[in-house]
Write a protein that binds this ligand. Structure first.
Ligand code: HEC
Length: 497
């Protein structure tokens, strides 16, 4: 693509360039990506939303378009210089954080009109609790997989770039998806229909559902807030601006359901603060406020965290602290500082009992290791050396093994199987040499482990969890994640939540 060499040539004045880029944008892009770059039939084009797209890749998309999508090629219409100016524009933050409040959220909300409320059983014959929801990031689709027969029962187009795990209603009937651009979609696993959609933010991180299934919480980067929605119809219940005790406006790192505490717990990204938001309806009846916010000051802002089973302690990590910290959620006090190596990916940690003690295991994003930590005294029981940094580790109550991917580096095509009793790697699978293999999820019985070939022409591979033999290979378009209904609604210790 020789025209792109022009990128490196000096431009005229910065002003002329940006005026030019804005005009080009309005003329060629606004129709699909929105006049203010907040998105339309195409995704939002803001630096926060484009974090995973390299600038070079963005140039290529604009010049060549994207096959079998509505994104056209502009290589014949725009010069290399003009494309470069547009790329510069879309990676420049908006002058102000755009307004996305109750009014805008409500205006985006849609509900299915013809819903048959008499349906109380699945319209399919599969076990509704052994379904897998597979998010295919390659072409932005979701597949519903039968966890007994491994047949795809249904496939539909999702919002652009779903991320964070979907969340399920307590009975497993409904699943809620969240997209990078802040769209929340409610889907019925009995009828395979989308019931409602709403855009709760402009750039969202993750969602959580309350223990009673009544409320969804959306952690947003843009705008800086936490949005609470009715899980029933996705109407706004409350918007909590993310402003710290010290008055700092912050992104929200993540939000989780604190099981047993009847609350959501969220952390701020740009301020050392943890929030607990009550979803306890009984407390409300006793006169206390629903969604009351309790703030806890932390030693540092947290990017990523993991709770013990009681949700009393939180193991947190951030780029600004070495290792990790264990925080008492009630007091905010630091309980321990386990010396974990290179960036633990705590959000994907799992737990089990080892020699009578509760342990958790976490991969590391910048080191080839899985750390096993005893949760009674927060000591490191073992550092298991792996063939490269990993992203996910998964297991199940009914299996003796934990599966850990090697996500980065020359061994990204490998999957380690760790014996939870001996803490040794007992086998390394290499299902598709040269291709990234990542993310495991077990069926509800722990009999099968499903592994992703994380490529555009990828697959989900079903393994026998005992013999480690391949049972089936199902072609999928970059299956970034798969979620078993039963394991999610029972908060299985072998998967993250
Ligand atoms: C006719 C509608 C349409 C027009 C006009 C359009 N786009 Fe797109 N664009 C899309 C769609 C739809 C996608 C998502 C494609 C996909 O599913 O991968 C997209 C994707 C993109 C992406 C990739 C985003 C990502 O997160 O990977 C970039 C960058 C982009 N467009 C830039 C532009 C620019 C710059 C212009 C104007 C020169 C433009 N687009 C004009 C519809 C459009």
């Amino acid at each position: 693509m020789t025209c792109l060499a022009a990128v490196f040539l000096p431009h005229q004045t910065a002003f002329a360039e940006s005026a030019d880029a804005n005009a080009l944008y309005t003329r060629h892009c606004a129709e699909c990506h929105g006049p203010d770059r907040l998105g339309g039939i195409g995704p939002a084009l803001l630096p926060q939303n484009l974090r995973r797209l390299r600038k070079k890749a963005a140039m290529k998309v604009i010049a060549s378009g994207r096959a079998s999508t509505q994104m056209p090629a502009f290589g014949d219409v725009l010069s290399g210089d003009q494309i470069a100016a547009l790329v510069k524009l879309i990676y420049t933050p908006l002058p102000r954080i755009p307004e996305w409040g109750r009014k805008q959220i409500e205006a985006s909300r849609r509900e299915a009109v013809e819903v048959d409320h008499s349906i109380t059983k699945p319209l399919h014959s599969a076990d509704p609790l052994n379904l897998f929801v597979v998010v295919e990031g390659g072409d932005h689709h979701v597949s519903i997989l039968d966890g007994d027969t491994f047949k795809v029962l249904h496939r539909f187009k999702s919002r652009y770039a779903l991320h964070g795990g979907p969340k399920f209603s307590p009975d497993g009937r409904y699943v809620y998806f969240q997209s990078r651009d802040g769209w929340i979609t409610k889907f019925d696993l009995y009828t395979f229909e989308i019931l409602a959609e709403v855009r709760a933010g402009i750039n969202a991180r993750n969602i959580a559902i309350s223990e009673d299934g009544a409320t969804l919480a959306v952690a947003n980067y843009l705008p800086h807030n936490l949005v609470l929605l009715s899980a029933q119809d996705l109407r706004v219940e409350k918007i909590i601006p993310a402003v710290s005790m010290d008055g700092v406006s912050s992104r929200v790192s993540a939000v989780y359901q604190a099981r047993g505490r009847k609350s959501f717990i969220a952390a701020l990204k740009d301020a050392p603060e943890l929030w607990e938001i009550s979803t306890d309806v009984e407390a409300m009846e006793a006169g206390r406020q629903l969604f009351a916010l309790r703030r806890v000051r932390l030693p540092a802002p947290l990017d990523d965290f993991f709770f013990d089973q009681s949700y009393r302690h939180l193991l947190g990590a951030s780029r600004s602290i070495k290792g990790a910290v264990v925080i008492d959620v009630d007091t905010g006090g630091v309980v321990a500082r386990p010396p974990l190596p290179g960036l633990p990916h705590l959000g994907s940690g799992i737990t089990w009992t080892w020699k009578g003690r509760p342990v958790m295991a976490t991969p590391h994003l910048s080191e080839g290791a899985v750390s096993v930590i005893a949760m009674d005294d927060w000591s490191i029981v073992k550092t298991i050396r792996t063939n490269g940094p990993g992203f996910f580790i998964r297991s199940h109550e009914k299996t003796s093994y934990a599966w850990a991917d090697v996500f980065f580096g020359p061994h990204k095509d490998e999957m380690h199987i760790i014996d939870k009793r001996t803490l040794e790697i007992v086998k390394t699978l290499r299902p598709a040499p040269g291709k990234t293999v990542a993310h495991v999820e077990f069926d509800r019985y722990g009999r099968h482990a499903l592994v992703s070939i994380w490529e555009k022409d990828g697959a989900v591979i079903v393994y026998d969890a005992k013999t480690f033999e391949e049972v089936k290979r199902i072609p999928m378009s970059k299956p970034v994640g798969k979620y078993n209904v039963y394991n999610k609604i029972t908060f299985s210790a072998g998967t993250s939540h």
